[in-house]
Design a protein around this ligand. Sequence first.
Ligand SMILES: Cc1cc2nc3c(=O)[nH]c(=O)nc-3n(C[C@H](O)[C@H](O)[C@H](O)COP(=O)(O)OP(=O)(O)OC[C@H]3O[C@@H](n4cnc5c(N)ncnc54)[C@H](O)[C@@H]3O)c2cc1C
Length: 455
Amino acid sequence: MPPPKILIVGCGIAGPTLASFLLLSDVPPSQKPHITILEREAKGRAHLRGQNIDIRGAGVTIIRKLGLEAQIRAATTGEEGVQLVDENNTVWSQRGVDKTGTIQSGTADIEILRGRLSELCWKNSQRISAEAEAGGARGIEYIFGDCLREIKQKDDKVHVLLAKSGERRIFDLIVGADGMQSRTRKLVWGEEGEKERLKPIGMYAGFFSIPREDHDGNWRRWFHAPDRRGIMIRPDGVGARSTIFMYVVNDKDPRFLEVANKGNGNAQAQKALLEEYFKDAGWECERIIREMKVTDDFYYDTVSQVKMDTWNKGRVVLLGDAGYCASPISGMGTTLAFSAAYKLAGYLQTYIKGESSDPFSSLVKYNEQMRPIVEDAQQLAPGQPHVYNPETAWGIWILHVLVFSLSYTRILFIVTKFFGRILHLGPQAADYVPVEEFGFKDMSQWEVDDAGRKR
Ligand SMILES: Cc1cc2nc3c(=O)[nH]c(=O)nc-3n(C[C@H](O)[C@H](O)[C@H](O)COP(=O)(O)OP(=O)(O)OC[C@H]3O[C@@H](n4cnc5c(N)ncnc54)[C@H](O)[C@@H]3O)c2cc1C
């Protein structure tokens, strides 16, 4: 059987991770799959955007297997923990990071900017690809700045049409790793069912960065304003900028969804709506709004979860946010993307090794094994997002006093740990994702110098 031709759509976190593990399969070079990664954004530009994300539990094991742990740890943001502040910047409570990574709290042991992580994953896949090519395999083909217009399955193959180049291509398997708004999902499962699959949780957010000021420090400062508005200011790890997560929990104003649906070409309208909601919120909002207007790394979306009964239709399978986005407030998105990419590559081994003539039994296993993991990851803490974001100034005061009391008495810590163990709630779920052995070439000893060359 000739090596399978696999198209991976999306060069974010899950896409290049899957490609890397597929090439690390324990098969002779001539049998390694032929992999193409298709990324909508131009090379090295917009797909390298995004602010603070974290890697926890099983995710850390996976980056170690990829030979990426040291590089990722060297590129973290250095966030010390989370402080709840009021409009005078008075700290009501604070919870520091557990640097051993054994207790999952707001700040994880590994916090990194999404753009930086995405770049490391992409470059690592290039290195693994170059090494595979040197050994006689076919390396990864990357196509930037294009996307799919059409996907058709017939005669055990998937036929695609590229939107910009107009090229037609044929593959044995397509993996949609194209994020929460996945076009692969819409093309194959149908646009009409999107309302059932993409579930907004009533929260809308802008992510961007602003010039850093001395008092920004290395703690995440979390400010609440009445009408369920909130802002987090966080370190970026470099020191020149601070990152912003600016959100509104709102079930009434349809404009939040409308500006999101128009996509990233609509940044002016998205910024104008956030300005309207935050201009009277006090605290550091004047500075943040001023900088938001001129920032060039603004990203806005609904905070949503993707829920589906099955993640493959024939030879098209969804991976990461495209199939089961847990949302940025779950603390699980990136860990889920790493774990799922590793598992999918692992279950596809029987197909790659030619022990099975089609990928279907591998995809059945992927669906079965990922289901409980996704269900854990998508369970948000009770009351999220409404209870955590009160409607009134009194409600915010009660929240501050409550969190202060629970933190001071360490009750918050004990409750998180206890319920985390039993319910695998929120980020605690990262510690309960099993990491099987699939016999991939181990890259954990693979060190690279600053220029990315192998030592
Ligand atoms: C630009 C951007 C900024 C983000 N910022 C944050 C953030 O600040 N905080 C946070 O918690 N999460 C953020 N996320 C989401 C976060 O990256 C994911 O939750 C998580 O890392 C899972 O990764 P993924 O690989 O499944 O999806 P993603 O990281 O979303 O990657 C998907 C990739 O697919 C590409 N793509 C999309 N559509 C197509 C298409 N039609 N054809 C080809 N390629 C396509 C995208 O450009 C992207 O490179 C951001 C995502 C993106 C795309």
